[in-house]
Design a protein around this ligand. Structure first.
Ligand SMILES: Nc1nc2c(ncn2[C@@H]2O[C@H](COP(=O)(O)OP(=O)(O)OP(=O)(O)O)[C@@H](O)[C@H]2O)c(=O)[nH]1
Ligand SMILES: [Mg+2]
Length: 300
């Protein structure tokens, strides 16, 4: 048997379903998801180990054209993820326009990595009219599969593994411990779960100018099996602070409850979560502040 292992970048437009796909492949939530574009900001590694090999999926931000604010960082992050990948999975929504499909395929080709193409959200397809992305792919002559990571997890996993593993280099041994699901530290995942809860609860633009940082993380000790996590929610305008806290603190309470539940599921134990809101005026357009909050591309 040939053992293979490597890094596989997930490439797609914002909101295409890349993070949902990663979580489905791992059977555990390691990357945050929302129904709004530009949820993922930094790469998230998800490790999938089987006897025949190890696939390290790398979730990334969606591809963008805009260069304002944090978008420059997001694009650099996509480029860096592609650069350090051994192979690429192009993730397309069924209704992706012909121009966008072409642009993404060109980008995958330009990466000079072997790639596969999937159309995701297959469960949403109705009737017999082929969606735009499918039409474009048929015209292009490239092979592709339609999958439903949210509904048909087993089939998705099988298809992706069968198609991706042969693209990876031969390897003597796994790249990471086979028990490991992600390389992300729990502190970072905790901060991301809080950011996800912000995306879900705050309906306007505020989540786009918000960052979360864990100030203290205490593992359970003694006879109290509680993980204690203290987070700062950083907003870019003082008017946003009131929105995040909400009338009588209702908003921050809802955010805290939702994030705590998700963290308890992942950790498998009780969590105490403390949230504090801080203002860093205009941080999304300040390189130094962005770096301080972790938004700087780490070259691998
Ligand atoms: N019905 C259905 N919805 C899906 C499926 N996959 C993803 N979604 C939904 O699509 C939306 C976007 O999903 P994400 O996984 O956050 O998309 P993403 O590509 O990671 O987005 P960014 O991080 O913004 O680039 C969410 O509301 C998901 O629930 C699917 O297979 N079926
Ligand atoms: Mg995402």
């Amino acid at each position: 048997m040939i053992y293979r292992a490597g890094f596989v970048a997930l490439l797609g437009e914002p909101n295409a379903g890349k993070s949902t796909l990663l979580n489905a492949l791992l059977g555990e939530k390691v990357s945050i998801v929302s129904d709004r574009p530009q949820t993922t900001r930094q790469r998230v590694h998800g490790i999938f180990s089987i006897p025949q090999g190890q696939i390290v999926f790398v979730d990334a931000p969606g591809t963008l054209k805009s260069t304002s604010g944090i978008n420059t960082f997001l694009q650099e992050e996509v480029e860096s993820v592609l650069h350090s990948a051994d192979a690429v999975v192009v993730v397309l929504e069924p209704e992706t326009s012909k121009e966008s499909v072409t642009r993404l395929l060109d980008r995958a080709k330009a990466s000079k990595r072997p790639f596969i193409v999937i159309v995701t959200k297959g469960d949403l397809l109705r009737g017999d009219q082929a969606p735009k992305a499918v039409e474009t792919l048929i015209d292009s002559g490239l092979p592709f599969v339609v999958l439903s990571p949210l509904k048909r997890v087993e089939e998705t996993r099988q298809e992706i593994v069968d198609k991706v593993l042969p693209l990876l280099p031969e390897c003597e041994q796994p790249l990471f411990d086979e028990e490991m699901l992600t390389t992300e530290p729990m502190r970072k995942i905790a901060a991301e779960f809080v950011r996800e809860a912000c995306f879900k609860n705050i309906k306007d633009e505020v989540p786009y100018g918000l960052a979360v940082r864990v100030s203290k993380y205490e593992e359970p000790y003694g006879d109290k099996p509680v993980t204690k996590i203290y987070c700062d929610i950083i907003v870019e305008r003082s008017t946003h602070k009131g929105i995040v806290i909400g009338a009588k603190g209702q908003m921050i309470k809802a955010i805290g409850m939702e994030a705590r539940k998700a963290l308890e599921t992942l950790i498998g134990g009780q969590v105490f979560l403390d949230l504090h809101v801080d203002v860093r005026e205009g941080w999304t357009s300040n390189k130094r502040l962005m770096k301080e909050l972790g938004y700087v591309v780490v070259k691998e």
